[in-house]
Write a protein of this length. Sequence first.
Length: 182
Amino acid sequence: MGAVDLGGGSGRRTNKGSGIKKPKRVGFVLDMTPLVDIAFLLLTFFMFATTMAQPQMMEMRIPPDIENPVQVENNKLLSLYIAKDGDLFYRVGVDTAFKSLKQGELRDFSVRKNAEQGNDLVMGLKIHPQTRFEKMVLVLDELNKAEAVLTQQYPVEKNMERKRRFAIQPLDSLEQYRLEQL
């Protein structure tokens, strides 16, 4: 029998003497300039081809200061209140009690009340100072939608052109106290 080599140095094989040569590695160069050009062209194409989100703005016009106060009949004045927690209340005239109103009913309520007054209702919006801004925007949106309905109900052909009569008014301390009690 023959002897077995258990890891001695003499039994190793190496490629140095076997005659097989490794091929030399050829350098590979990738020119990135055309790739970068295409990437920027695609980027600019998509930037110009897509529409960006338009900022959402609410148009509000501030009337000029009026020296003489405007007289409004008591039954044609509707005051709409937004309480601290966002609840809606209204009252007709100045002597009536506050009545509750739901957000979803605001548009129909505004249209109905204005129709009852023959398109002569004057609405004042009074907002508690600690009311969230989003609540005020939602109420104004609903009132603007009500104006669109009223414009369709009172077209120009009937000689009853819709005139917007709406104002944001300051909330006095007595009204603020009464709202906080509700």
